[in-house]
Design a protein around this ligand. Structure first.
Ligand code: PLP
Length: 219
């Protein structure tokens, strides 16, 4: 299938109110432009360098989301234009984003990335760490940040019950924090598991290969 057909197939599966982040990492600017031309405005990349190379070549009204691990020393490069940083996994990173957003006179939207997978994933906050950061935020520590929601990745497995359990864990935290201060975005689900994620309450999904095709890391 063509990228255009893939895109339409995914869009048709998303209920109204579920945001699609088209994950374009490793794919060329021409492919991103094709999907943009179909009306897609929100794209996700996981590496700062790749984002810095591609974004100037594409339309200004694209809302870029960073979805991969972010080193504090690279925040300054994306702070002028990034729409949302989905991968906030430490207090240090949150502070740095706040600082750089301030320098740019901006409010940067962020999601707290929470570790929900049973497998040993390197990045992501523990649940209690996410709760603590959110409380700091409510106390007013971060004037140039808006925490709009939570992001999580389930274990890479065929065991749907396992995946469901992990997504529901994040949905539980989302509901709990949402009572303290309103949250908008629950970002869970990728090409292989987004339908389950939506059943578990996701209102934003990050879909790459099901739109753009398989990634070729050899290039
Ligand atoms: C690559 C990536 C995705 C998209 O993965 P696909 O399986 O290609 O849909 C989603 N989220 C994150 C954090 C990623 O790194």
């Amino acid at each position: 299938m063509s990228i255009k057909e893939n895109y339409q197939t995914i869009k048709d599966q998303l209920p109204e109110g579920v945001q699609l982040v088209a994950v374009s990492k490793t794919h060329p600017v021409s492919a991103i432009q094709d999907v943009y031309d179909l009306g897609q405005k929100v794209f996700g990349e996981n590496k700062v360098q790749e984002l810095m190379e591609k974004s100037p070549l594409l339309p200004d009204d694209i809302q870029w989301h960073l979805i991969g691990h972010l080193q504090t020393n690279k925040v300054k490069y994306i702070a002028p234009f990034i729409d949302t940083i989905q991968s906030v996994d430490s207090e240090k990173l949150l502070s740095e984003i706040n600082k750089e957003a301030g320098k740019n006179n901006r409010i940067i939207k962020v999601l707290l990335q929470v570790k929900i997978a049973a497998e040993d994933s390197k990045f992501g906050l523990e649940i209690h760490e996410a709760e603590n950061l959110f409380k700091q935020y409510i106390d007013g520590q971060y004037s140039h940040i808006e925490i709009t929601g939570l992001m999580g990745m389930a274990t890479f497995t065929d065991d749907e019950q396992q995946v469901r359990k992990e997504f529901l864990t994040l949905k539980g935290l989302f509901d709990e924090l949402n009572k303290l201060k309103s949250l908008k975005i629950l970002s869970m689900g990728m090409s292989d598991d987004f339908p389950v994620a939506i059943e578990c309450g996701a209102n934003s999904v990050r879909v790459g290969s099901a739109i753009f095709g398989r990634r070729d890391y050899s290039k």
